[in-house]
Design a protein around this ligand. Structure first.
Ligand code: IVH
Length: 690
């Protein structure tokens, strides 16, 4: 191919790929078959390989996260990445203010920024193009994590101006991504991340950039490496400039000319920060004028012109009453601590996962102990330690039983795992959790068939596996406690309707180890029928994008099992659809693409509450759209609410929704911010005008 022709083709390919990326990642719809997308990408990579001069770092071929690296290269920072001095109380802040005024005089402006709980990164741009992303490391030498940084969607590959700068900021994992990640890890029987910071750090440390790409990370930039070079006079101007370049700067900040106002601002965020979509652990206070920053200078470790105020860790002492074991869908035996209720980070907490046996022993936690509990990353409650000084001698050290507490069969611990598992496929707990999973929204989505009903059905011996659900009669359902005529009718209908689901829902519902909702979709789209998938070999499976050897092995093993074969056969006889139906079910998006039924389900028959101020859409219009898509809007948050759309400054409704989620009254309640709401509307075919 001629150079000119190659140039044109590369341009077209990039445009097309960016379009499909946007559909897929931002709008959650699929506008192209996977293999066609792969073909476009392959052609682009091939052409860029043939004409290396045409390869630019902002090409979409650079975002997918190429090949895993062997290890990270070391990078020496041109300007060291320093740390901050800490203030733990308001006294420390007064000291800081006094010191500053002692040096630069009385005219000082402070900028207050939320301290984001993630890890510091450096983003280097040359002539407007992202050329390197690095970790802080020891401050002098960090690691080159460019390929991972490129996968972060709010890090521009190209700035709005062709400038050469080094921006610094915090890479973090938004709460929603964090919760989703841990949910998936739990489903797949992997260890959970204790907090969003660990999750963000762990994701950026992955040698395979595809993993980082899936983790939903984000970056807020908060400074320029060497401010002296740019035509800005103050920190706040630098922030505004970076924002105008397309970098993401946190919009929450305050500017004050005295320390009392700074303190009031800190105070005003101490509770409110729990409502933010990302975790924060304090406030950073910076002298605004660069000339004054220069005058103040640095100590070896940190600038004298800034300080980090740390909110006190939310900890409480309480008494551990019981360690209960629960069996998950994968058979994992998880110990949970039950203690006297305490208030932590805005909610009442009375239990915390202890994860596994080793942690209990490491922290020497015994039933009857006084214990210290806290919310890790202000989100997930955990038992920090025991307080042995209060012991009476009656406290009992924990011992993992030899048998499953539900079925009594021996439990197993694999050499490289921390968890014990019940491996009896007929264990009632496994069956129960499996059924709850089977009917859940991302699986067969049988509306109205919640956990309570599953428990009753099992209790009355009306079902023993998923296939039995399809033989339930109206009369049988009416026999359940508190089941009315109408609900029974609706349930029978919902169960019958689920027979027509596309293959991926069933596939996910089967609960094959390591197969999450996304992988189920990939598998369904690749094999089209359950028959074909059942017969797939390891090689065929691993040749598919995103299906790794471990998952492939788990799939083959699942279908080789006679119990699974029987279940699939019984589901087939019950009349379940076992084919991939793709995204086409009649609805189309604003640009004519088919709407995935999955997207419509985010609205159909769901109860919405709108709260806070919506910046980009009119509330009345929003309600109309929800109704148009088959949902309803109500005014107050209750157990009946399915989705809370929380705009800016959402207050009590948001807190109430969070409580309902956290205390288990409505764990499926979803909280969408305005952006997500708009994206879902658009994905469902609404032209919101954005
Ligand atoms: S300014 C010279 N601003 O906190 C150091 N840091 O404890 C400049 N952090 O290493 C740091 N949010 O990783 C700054 N708005 C913010 C921040 C922030 C989080 C982190 C950063 C730093 C650590 C210091």
């Amino acid at each position: 191919m001629e150079l000119e022709a190659a140039k044109e083709r590369i341009k077209t390919l990039r445009k097309e790929i960016e379009y499909h990326n946007h559909q897929y990642y931002d709008l959650d719809t699929s506008s192209i078959a996977d293999n066609e997308y792969d073909a476009l990408m392959r052609e682009l990579v091939h052409l860029e390989g043939e004409f290396p001069d045409l390869l630019t770092p902002d090409s979409p071929s650079q975002r997918i996260g190429g090949v895993p690296s062997e290890g990270f290269e070391k990078v020496r920072h041109d300007t060291p990445m320093l740390s901050l001095a800490n203030a733990y109380n308001l006294e420390d802040l007064r000291e800081f203010d006094k010191r500053i005024r002692g040096i630069v005089g009385n005219s000082v402006h402070y900028v207050c920024e939320l301290k984001i709980d993630g890890l510091a990164v450096s983003l280097k741009y040359q002539d407007g193009l992202l050329i390197r992303g690095a970790t802080r490391g020891d401050g002098e030498v960090g690691e080159d994590i460019t390929s991972n940084i490129r996968t972060i969607r709010n890090v521009p590959l190209k700035l709005n101006e062709g400038v050469s700068i080094e921006a610094r900021g915090e890479a973090y994992m938004p709460r929603q991504s964090f919760e989703r990640l841990n949910r998936v890890r739990e489903e797949q029987g992997q260890d959970l991340f204790a907090n969003p910071r660990n999750a963000a750090a762990g994701s950026l440390r992955q040698l395979d950039p595809k993993i980082a790409a899936e983790r939903g990370l984000a970056v807020f930039v908060y400074s320029l490496a060497d401010m002296g070079w740019y035509s800005v006079d103050s920190h706040s101007e630098a922030l505004d400039w970076m924002s105008s370049l397309g970098l993401s700067v946190n919009k929450e900040r305050g500017e004050f000319d005295n320390i009392d106002d700074v303190m009031a601002y800190i105070e005003s965020w101490s509770e409110k920060r729990h409502d933010l979509p990302y975790a924060t652990d304090g406030m950073v206070i910076k002298v605004n004028q660069l000339a004054q920053q220069q005058e103040l200078g640095f100590t070896v470790k940190s600038p004298r012109w800034a300080i980090a105020y740390k909110y006190a860790a939310e900890q409480a002492e309480t008494t551990l009453n019981e360690i209960r074991l629960s069996i998950g869908r994968t058979g994992a035996v998880t110990p949970t601590a039950y203690f006297d209720a305490v208030q932590l980070a805005g909610t009442t907490v009375s239990r915390a996962s202890l994860h596994n046996e080793d942690i209990i022993h490491e922290r020497d936690i015994r039933v009857g102990d006084r214990i210290v509990v806290q919310k890790a990353g202000d989100i997930i409650p955990e038992v920090v330690r025991s307080l042995p000084e209060y012991r009476s001698g009656e406290e009992e050290p924990f011992r993992m039983p030899d048998e499953c507490p539900t079925c009594g069969e021996p439990i197993q611990r694999l050499p490289d795992e921390a968890v014990w598992r019940c491996v009896n496929p007929r264990c009632p707990s496994l069956i129960q959790e499996g059924l709850i999973h089977f009917v859940s929204r991302d699986a067969m989505n049988i509306d109205g068939l919640g956990e309570q009903w599953i428990l009753q059905l099992l209790h009355h011996d009306l079902v023993r596996d998923a296939a039995d659900l399809y033989h339930l009669t109206h009369e049988q359902l009416l026999g359940l406690e508190r089941m009315g005529e109408k609900s029974a009718g609706n349930l029978v209908e919902a169960i019958a309707a689920s027979k027509n689901n596309s293959l991926e829902k069933l596939l996910f519902g089967l609960g094959i180890r390591l197969v999450g909702a996304k992988a189920a979709k990939t598998l369904a789209a690749s094999f089209q029928t359950l028959d074909a998938l059942q017969q797939a070999s390891l090689e065929e499976l691993t040749s598919i994008r995103d299906i790794g050897p471990k998952m492939a092995e788990s799939i083959v093993k699942y279908f080789a099992n006679s119990g699974a074969q029987k279940l699939v056969q019984r589901l087939r006889i019950a009349g379940l659809n076992m084919e991939y139906l793709g995204g086409a079910d009649g609805a189309v998006t604003a640009d004519g693409a088919a709407v995935d039924s999955e997207v419509l389900r985010r609205f159909v028959e769901r109860k919405f509450v709108l709260t806070g101020s919506l910046e980009f859409i009119d509330r009345k219009k929003a309600s109309e759209w929800i109704e148009q898509l088959g949902g309803t809007t109500t005014g107050s948050v209750s157990k009946n609410t399915d989705v809370l759309v929380a705009g800016e400054k959402a207050g009590s409704k948001l807190s109430k929704a969070k409580k309902l989620i956290e205390n288990g009254d409505k764990p499926t309640l979803e909280i969408w911010n305005e952006q997500e709401f708009i994206q879902n509307l658009q994905a469902a075919g609404i032209d919101t005008g954005h």
